[in-house]
Every structure is written in structure tokens, then in C-alpha cells.
Design a protein around this ligand. Structure first.
Ligand code: NOJ
Length: 720
């Protein structure tokens, strides 16, 4: 349709039809076969026929046949023939499940993420979906929050690269969305990752400067990549819930950042303005949300119940309603829904595309790149001939897909045990322990199996039932029964290798001494078990690097690499009292950002800068020689960090500015160069101007965020 035709369609709509376009209900209400009882426990959800008939979009159902049937029914009833939009959370894959986003972050490969999102889009579109609620670009620092799994980590720059790659992968190029793609929705705007105490939905309080400097960049990267929708956050921003925050949505997002796509609330968030205490009733909640800029009300009845009456009373401006509806119509148009409400979907096509073997093969490659070798005291890799005992609650467990795998197939997922059987000639198994409860009989059996093996692989972790939304934990240790299993294994004196399956950085301090090696496998997706075996056996050399710090203790949280300088930084090795420190643990996390081992080793030498004084024009070159000092090919992620030594406001101890992922053969040395550009030195000053400071900067180039001071370089920015 042309813009004029869309305008004409809008003019023809009744108020009820308009409000319908701004309403999203869960799929259960549309399908007679399904249970249509309220999907949310908290809000009363009596939906009648008329509401369903008028609604504009549907949440969380998929399948070519099912969605075509819903669309057909809807079009029969819709006076003006406006098709429904189908939206769902396709976060790390549709049926072919890739690692959870925190694992995807550990690949440090945005191009890989773009490619896998293209596959996700293709599968999702073939199943009739139009929009995916990804990427989640929230910066995370608190692993107590169950949703850290949905983020790519604690770095604004890296999160931005992944968010943009996700948008490109899902949507493709240009303003129209091709039939094998879906629209993307960046969330949760803004700063949801900063919920106090890591408790989900909790208050967020941060300064405007901090918001702009650390939190906005990743959402902005998604906007720059052309993302079609933005979802509001559940939390407050500057004391006002994001969903009613017109400074955030109208002034910043629409005004300054020039976003002209659709803003959708999060699930029930419009209604939640009432318990939040900023609206007295549904009508006030609806008014506040619409005025703030929320176009679609996801799963709350506030818009449906109240907008028409508010309009009648002239309590809201009808132009606001029209604006919002037009944006929804434009989105439908960009998806080609007016020309073909089914977007060429057919069950045959769906069957040919969804779960295609090439998608699964790629999922294995991605999983291999996502896993992080945290420790290895010369026990890995394992040879094929090793007599190995695989023990633990994850040994024969199909819970590998992660919390958001709503359309995945856990019952068709290969377990570690099955993958071991295909690889090791002499492998035996025992469960050893449940995930969270001790079982004496299982322990006894495991002890007997341990006796017969040369090497013990413990498959431990935390299930998807302990991660994701609404699953904050006050303590993030492994369950005591699993620690006990590890202790028993260690007591055998045999090599103990831990393969960890979990969705957040855990406190591994207690486990670590019992393990000679630890491979962080995350919730790795459909082919995760095969990937873990490829790494444990050395068929593939580990290359993942953490993008979120692993704390030493829950009490150390938040601990992140790009923290601010304090006035009392602890001198290296010091144990003195009046410094910024804990008296019972070191300041450093157990495993830092950027860290990850390989079966080979790398050395860094000849770090140099092209100049020690720079006026900020063109670029300054930093170079380093990286050598593979081991015996096999390996992949290294060379990381560039910069520290502004004297700023107008306090500055982080270092910030990631660039990186290169390289492959080196044994003995090979490569000179790696980075161009430092002026924008890498800029940040938000106290008056919110984005600028750099003259003076000294320190440059760190290394294989992780940790780098000895003597291996750093400095230069001065001298502005003319
Ligand atoms: C609530 C979650 O916060 C959001 O991320 C998700 O997209 C919606 N539910 C829809 O499922």
C-alpha cells in the first residue's frame, strides 16, 4: 500500500477498530483447541469475542497451519480486512536452537550472530511469524538476575555490535521485510539490566549521564541498524516507569534518537502502572502510556477498556491515537501483509525449512565457539582411548536449549551421554546427583563407576528452571549436592573435568579446587552436547571468551571489568586496610571479562604506538605481535582497551574499544594493528556533552581484560 492508502484506511476506521490495532493478546485466546484461560496469574484477563475480533496482533504462537487458520478467521470477521501481526520470542533460534545469548556473546563474532539470526528468521517466518522480540540489548552486571542469560554481557560496545548483528540477521537490509525474514524488536528500553539487587522487575536508579554513557549505546546500535520495534522496560527510569515515561520515550527515543517505528509495552506493563503507584486506575494507566508514546499494549486490558472512553471525554488527543495506529499499519505494510496476509507460508515450506540439517550443523559450530575453557591443569583434551566416566545431573539431560527455546524440541536433543557414546570407545555413566537434591543411592552408584575409569567428566550445572525471567537468586552457587559429587570425584585422585551447563555466571569458588578443568558450556542449544564433546576431545580447540565476569562470591556482585576508578584503588598485592577492598576476598572476579583458555597458548610482545602525542585527527596505530607458542592451531581474540587517565568525571579503569579474532598455527607470529580513532576517547561529560579530554590515555592490548601495567602503553591527546 502507498502512504496515502494507509492514511485512507486509517480514516475509515472506527475508534474501536483503531484501539484494536494497539492491542496484543496471547495466542491462546485465538485458538479454540487451546486453553483460553487467562495466561497471566496476576491480572484478571476476561477477554470477549469482540475484543479478539478487533485486536491487531498476537503473542507467542507459531506454526504455518495454526497461524494461517487464525489469520483466515480474523480476516473473515475484520470489517476492513486488516491482517493480524504475529509476534513471539525467537531469541536464540526457532526450532534449531543456538546457545543462549550470554554464550553467543562469548563467541566475540557478530557476523556469526548475524548468520544464525538469519536462520532463526527463516525458520520463524516459515512458521508464520512476523516479529521476533530480539535483541535484548540490556547491559548486565548482576548474575543474580535470571535474565543475564538473555544479554550478551557487561560491555556496552560489544552489546551494541551483537544487537546490530541480530537486527540485520532478523530483518535483512532496507525498510521492507522480505518473506524469509522477520521484524526485530529491541528491548527492554531502558536499563532493565540494572534492577536493584538483581531482583527481577525491581527499581532502577541511575544518572542521566550513566544512562547515556553505558546503557543507551547498545539500544542505539539496534536503532541504527533499522530495528522496527522497541519494547519498553518494566522498571523505572528516573523514578518513572519506562512504560509511562514520556521523557524517555517521546523526548529521547522519538525526538533525539529519531525512532519512528512501533513502541510496544512489555507484557502487562501498562496495567502495572497501577501497582507501580503512578496511575490510580486503568484509564489513567492507558492515558499515561499512550501519552508517553507506547503504541501497542501487550497483554493488559488498559487500552482496550479505556482509550475509547478517554477519547470521548477529550481526555486524550485523538491525534496521538491516530499516530500510533498509523505506525502499526505501516509495520504491517512493510511486512507485505496487505498484499499477502499469509506471506507465502505453507506447511510444506515450513517442513522443508524448520530444523533443516544445515541449520543444526551450524548450531553445532556456534555452540563450539561459545563454550569457554575456564581452567585446564593439563587434563584436557581427552584422547579417544581414555576410559572415561561421565557423571552428573547433566550427563543424560535434554535440558540444553535454554529458557527461551519455546519452539525448540528438547525431546529430540542429543544428550551428552549420547554424544559420548558416539565418540569414546570406553565410556561409562552415572547420574551421581539430581540437580538440586542429594540422593545417597545415586552417589553410591557414581562412586562405583568412578573406580573403574581413568578420568572423570562431571556434567554439572543449573537447569533452565533456575534462569530467565522471574528467576532471580540471592546466592548463585552450585547446589551443595553437586559440590559433594565433585569432592568425591576429587578424592579418587583421578583427573576431574567439569562440563558446566548453566545460564548465568555462577560462584564457582567452592567447585574450582575440585576440578582440574572446567569447560563452561552454557545452555548450548540443539547441538550443544556434540559441541561439548568436540571440545573435550580436542577435535575443536576452545576459543570462547567471557563477556560477563564470574564473581568469587555472591557478596562481590556487582563485579565488572569497566568499573570506575575510586580514590583509594588497592595497590597490587596490598593487604592494607584503608583501600577500596573486601577484607575476606580479593577484588578481582574469579574469571574476568575477556578471559578464556585454549589448548594452545599465546604470547604478546612488541606492543607499540605510532606516536606518543596525538591531536585526535586521522588515527593512531597500536600494534602488537601475537605468537602461538603451543603445539596446535588456535584462535585468539586480541582485545584493545583504553583508559582515560584524567577525565572531567571519573572514568572506568578500562573500556573495550576494539578486538580481532585471529587463527594462528603453532609457532606463527602475527603483527596485529588497531587504529585508535578520536571517537574511542569520547564520553558523556557532566553537562551531557559528548567529548574527549586532553591528556594521558593508557592502552592495553591483551587476550583478556587483565593486563599487567608494565605491558601497557600511554599516549597524550593534545588538542590544537
Ligand atoms: C516478558 C518479557 O519481559 C519480554 O522480554 C518478552 O518479550 C515478553 N514477555 C513477551 O513474551
Amino acid at each position: 500500500m502507498t502512504e496515502e492508502q494507509l492514511q485512507a484506511l486509517l480514516q475509515e476506521m472506527t475508534t474501536a477498530e483503531k484501539v484494536g490495532q494497539l492491542t496484543q493478546f496471547a495466542g491462546a485466546f485465538y485458538s479454540e483447541q487451546e486453553d483460553s484461560t487467562p495466561v497471566t496469574g496476576r491480572i484478571e484477563f476476561p477477554v470477549d469475542e469482540e475484543m479478539i475480533k478487533q485486536s491487531g496482533s498476537v503473542l507467542g504462537v507459531a506454526g504455518a497451519t495454526k497461524l494461517a487458520a487464525i489469520q483466515r478467521e480474523h480476516l473473515k470477521k475484520s470489517r476492513l480486512g486488516v491482517p493480524l501481526l504475529f509476534m513471539a520470542d525467537v531469541i536464540n533460534g526457532y526450532e534449531t536452537i543456538f546457545p543462549i545469548p550470554l554464550g553467543l556473546g562469548a563467541t566475540w563474532e557478530p557476523d556469526l550472530i548475524e548468520k544464525l539470526q538469519t536462520i532463526s528468521a527463516k525458520e520463524a517466518a516459515s512458521a508464520g511469524l512476523h516479529i521476533s522480540f530480539a535483541p535484548m540489548a540490556d547491559l548486565v552486571r548482576d548474575p543474580r538476575w535470571g535474565r543475564v542469560m538473555e544479554s550478551t554481557g557487561e560491555d556496552p560496545f560489544l552489546n551494541g555490535l551483537f544487537a546490530a548483528a541480530t537486527v540485520r540477521g532478523l530483518q535483512g537490509e532496507g525498510s521492507l521485510i522480505a518473506k524469509d525474514r522477520v521484524g526485530a524488536c529491541v528491548k527492554h528500553f531502558a536499563a532493565y539490566g540494572l534492577a536493584e539487587g538483581g531482583r527481577d522487575y525491581n527499581t532502577v536508579d541511575l544518572s542521566e549521564r550513566e544512562l547515556r554513557d553505558k546503557h543507551l549505546p547498545a539500544y542505539e546500535a539496534a536503532l541504527d541498524a533499522g530495528v522496527k520495534l522497541v519494547m519498553t522496560a518494566f522498571n523505572t527510569v528516573h523514578s518513572i516507569p519506562a512504560t509511562a515515561n514520556s521523557a524517555l520515550l517521546r523526548d529521547l527515543l522519538r525526538g533525539e534518537l529519531q525512532f519512528d517505528g512501533v513502541i510496544i509495552s512489555d507484557f502487562g506493563a501498562v496495567q502495572e502502572l497501577i501497582p507501580h503507584g503512578v496511575a490510580e486506575n486503568e484509564a489513567e494507566a492507558a492515558k499515561k502510556a499512550l501519552e508517553a508514546g507506547v503504541d501497542i499494549d501487550m497483554m493488559s486490558l488498559a487500552y482496550t477498556h479505556s482509550l475509547a472512553a478517554l477519547l470521548d471525554k477529550h481526555a486524550i488527543d485523538s491525534a496521538l491515537l491516530d499516530e500510533a495506529v498509523l505506525r502499526v499499519l505501516q509495520l504491517k505494510n512493510e511486512l507485505g501483509l496487505f498484499e499477502d496476509p499469509y506471506r507465502g507460508v505453507s506447511p510444506q515450506k515450513e517442513q522443508a525449512i524448520v530444523g533443516h540439517p544445515s541449520h543444526h550443523a551450524f548450531a553445532q559450530t556456534v555452540a563450539e565457539k561459545s563454550m569457554v575453557l575456564l581452567k585446564n591443569d593439563n587434563v584436557l583434551p581427552l584422547t579417544k582411548e581414555t576410559t572415561v566416566a561421565l557423571i552428573g545431573p547433566y550427563a543424560d539431560n535434554q535440558d540444553l536449549l535454554g529458557e527461551w527455546s519455546i519452539f525448540g524440541k528438547p525431546d529430540q536433543t542429543t544428550t551428552l551421554k549420547q554424544a559420548f557414546q558416539g565418540h569414546f570407545a570406553h565410556a561409562m555413566y552415572a547420574t551421581g546427583s539430581h540437580l538440586y537434591e542429594r540422593d545417597e543411592a545415586l552417589l553410591t552408584e557414581a562412586t562405583m563407576v568412578m573406580e573403574q575409569a581413568d578420568c572423570l567428566v562431571l556434567a554439572l550445572g543449573e537447569g533452565k528452571d533456575r534462569s530467565g525471567e522471574g528467576r532471580s537468586r540471592s546466592s548463585i552457587t552450585l547446589a551443595p549436592c553437586q559440590i559433594e559429587l565433585a569432592r568425591l570425584a576429587k578424592e579418587t585422585g583421578k583427573p576431574v573435568i567439569v562440563a558446566l551447563f548453566n545460564a548465568r555466571p555462577l560462584d564457582l569458588t567452592e567447585l574450582e579446587p575440585y576440578a582440574d578443568a572446567i569447560l563452561e558450556c552454557w545452555h548450548p542449544g540443539s547441538e550443544g552436547a556434540q559441541a561439548a564433546v568436540a571440545l573435550l576431545s580436542g577435535e575443536v580447540n576452545p576459543s570462547g571468551k567471557l563477556t560477563m565476569s564470574f564473581p568469587r562470591a555472591t557478596g562481590q556482585i556487582p563485579v565488572y571489568y569497566n568499573a570506575y576508578q575510586t580514590g583509594r584503588p588497592l595497590p597490587p598485592g596490598s593487604n592494607e586496610r584503608f583501600f577500596s577492598r573486601y577484607i575476606d576476598i580479593p577484588n578481582e572476579p574469579l574469571y574476568p571479562f575477556g578471559y578464556g583458555l585454549s589448548y594452545t597458548s599465546f604470547s604478546y610482545s612488541n606492543r607499540s604506538l605510532s606516536a606518543v602525542e596525538w591531536d585526535g585527527s586521522a588515527s593512531l596505530t597500536v600494534s602488537v605481535d601475537v605468537t602461538n607458542t603451543g603445539k596446535i592451531d588456535g584462535v585468539e581474540t586480541v582485545q584493545l582497551y583504553i583508559q582515560d587517565l584524567v577525565g572531567e568525571v571519573v572514568r572506568p579503569v578500562k573500556e573495550l574499544k576494539s578486538f580481532q579474532k585471529i587463527t594462528l598455527s603453532p609457532g606463527e607470529t602475527r603483527t596485529i594493528t588497531f587504529e585508535i580513532t578520536h571517537d574511542m576517547l569520547q564520553y558523556y561529560h557532566s553537562d551531557l556533552t559528548y567529548a574527549s579530554d586532553s591528556g594521558q590515555f593508557r592502552v592495553y592490548v591483551n587476550g583478556s581484560s587483565v593486563c599487567e601495567q608494565e605491558n601497557t602503553l600511554t599516549f597524550s591527546l593534545v588538542k590544537s
